[in-house]
Design a protein around this ligand. Structure first.
Ligand SMILES: Cc1cc2nc3c(=O)[nH]c(=O)nc-3n(C[C@H](O)[C@H](O)[C@H](O)COP(=O)(O)OP(=O)(O)OC[C@H]3O[C@@H](n4cnc5c(N)ncnc54)[C@H](O)[C@@H]3O)c2cc1C
Length: 461
């Protein structure tokens, strides 16, 4: 059934346009927000509103603005990149992808010293550069400059507090923090949620968020006993339950330290918090941490999982908001930037086709899954195996690997962004191969039984 409707959309264009009248036709019963065709009459303040001025948001905004579209980035904090919640370890591949200059590089890292629960030190320091310690605040700020230079508008101290569907787009209420709080609305055709793990856009879309979150105590510290070339990694289910601890030298006796603890169902609620665990780590390794002086706390939360859906009508999610995070290390910059590319491409296609429907935007999910989905899935599988390992098994594993042969294999295949390559090689190392193979077999059988008929309820566990 067809109907003709006059919609008064004056409040959507508060700044520049004043009230406008939109005359449009739509079929009653359609999803108004998803399928109303965008016509020249549906004038919006912006083509795209990016919620969140982190690296994923700014990289996406930059690429969309470069195509000539009107992009607004709303960032709740008064400075991009602050407060810092990161240890700033990335690969040179990630730096290249970001298009940020190498001025942000503070230190080049040639490997790791892995501390087993029994305190054996597995030396994995090689010749090539595996990682870069970067100035993460400068990194984020350079991405924001790139976005601005491409034509995007960056509004700081601007928190998006509410979203509403309107004909042809979305209206966002933005709270700005100056000498006083003020609120105003902007309208856009597409909203991109680059607003981190507590994403307002994801909850507005009603998207299910993965349940595993890692609480991280982290800090930028002064530490004289730092080996300037190697990251230190501390393993142990007692020491850092379901996660690990690290020291990343950032040059000139500065380092980033951190430790994570998983909070989710099935893990004891009375487990010590991340900061308490860090104190225990310092006590356990007095030689390393003796003269540690905390300069700045940089902790936060990392979401772990694979999001089944990262889009909706007029909306896309990217970066931490879409769980674009490596499940084994919690690193999110590389995956977030890869996904930002896919997100910008999806947004540009949608704007060009004037199709903002969830169906059209579902191409985005396929695109980022094609790029990084496999890595996230493999990471989750390997992580599940790690979670089931006792300290004794971790000790055995490291004792087994601590030979010239395995060291060579690890140094050859280690890759900060693609853990699955090395994990695949190690999966067949005898002490725990059965775990990987058994786990793989169980999940294969479960998947088959799910596919082969809902009637068959038997699954292995
Ligand atoms: C302690 C710690 C250490 C880490 N170390 C590393 C590391 O060494 N290497 C690595 O690759 N990754 C690391 N990560 C992960 C990495 O920091 C994230 O993956 C990355 O920051 C994700 O970028 P993003 O743009 O998606 O989100 P964010 O960087 O979180 O940016 C989101 C932005 O959105 C803003 N925002 C949120 N809600 C709103 C709103 N309603 N309105 C307006 N603005 C809003 C926030 O203020 C924030 O600026 C670490 C994370 C933590 C917590």
């Amino acid at each position: 059934m067809l109907g003709t409707v006059i919609i008064i959309a004056g409040s959507t264009t508060l700044h520049d346009f004043g009230s406008i009248f939109v005359l449009c036709r739509y079929r009653l019963g359609w999803d108004l927000f998803g399928h109303l065709p965008a016509t020249e009459e549906n004038i919006m303040d912006y083509d795209v509103l990016v919620v969140g001025g982190g690296p994923a948001g700014c990289a996406t905004a930059r690429d969309i603005a470069a195509e000539g579209f009107r992009v607004l980035v709303a960032e709740e904090h008064s400075a991009v990149g602050e407060p810092l919640q990161c240890s700033g370890l990335i690969s040179s591949r990630a730096l290249e992808l970001s298009q940020v200059s190498n001025h942000v590089v503070l230190n080049e890292l040639k490997g790791a010293l892995v501390y087993a629960p029994d305190n054996r030190i597995f030396n994995l320091v090689g010749e090539r550069i595996y990682g870069l310690a970067i100035d993460r605040v400068a990194f984020d700020q350079e991405l924001a400059v790139q976005a601005r230079e491409a034509g995007a508008e960056i509004r700081k101290s601007s928190r998006v507090i509410h979203l509403t569907g309107i004909p042809g787009g979305i209206k966002a209420r933005i709270q700005t923090k100056g000498s006083v709080y003020a609120e105003h609305d902007v309208s856009c055709r597409l909203v991109i949620g680059a607003d981190g793990y507590k994403s307002l856009v994801a909850s507005w879309l009603g998207l299910l968020y993965p349940s595993q979150k890692v609480s991280i105590y982290a800090a930028e510290v002064e530490l004289t006993s730092t080996n300037e070339q190697a990251v230190k990694i501390f393993l142990g289910q007692e020491l850092a339950p379901a996660w690990f601890a690290w020291v990343i030298p950032a040059g000139r006796k500065l380092a980033r330290v951190g430790i994570g603890v998983v909070r989710q169902e099935g893990f004891s609620a009375c487990r010590p918090g991340a900061s308490q665990l860090f104190l225990q780590l310092m006590k356990a390794h007095p030689k390393i941490f003796n003269d540690l002086r905390v300069l700045k706390c940089t902790g936060g939360v990392v979401p772990i999982g694979l999001m089944k859906r990262s889009y909706g009508n007029h909306a896309l999610l990217v970066g931490d908001a879409a769980c674009h995070i490596k499940p084994i290390s919690g690193g999110g910059l590389y995956l977030g930037l890869e996904a930002a590319r896919c997100c910008a491409e999806a947004a540009i296609s949608s704007l060009k086709a004037r199709d903002y429907s969830s169906k059209f935007l579902s191409n985005y999910q396929r695109a980022w899954k094609g790029k990084v989905g496999q890595e996230i899935s493999c990471g989750l599988m390997h992580r599940n195996v790690f979670l089931k390992m006792s300290d004794q098994e971790i000790d055995n594993m490291i004792a087994f690997l601590d030979t010239p042969y395995w060291r060579r294999i690890i140094l050859k295949y280690a890759d900060l962004d693609y853990h699955s390559v090395l994990a695949g090689k190690l999966a067949f190392a005898p002490p725990w191969a059965h775990r990987f193979l058994l786990k793989g077999l169980i999940s294969f059988v479960n998947r088959c039984s799910r596919v082969m008929g809902k009637g068959s309820r038997s699954t292995l566990s």
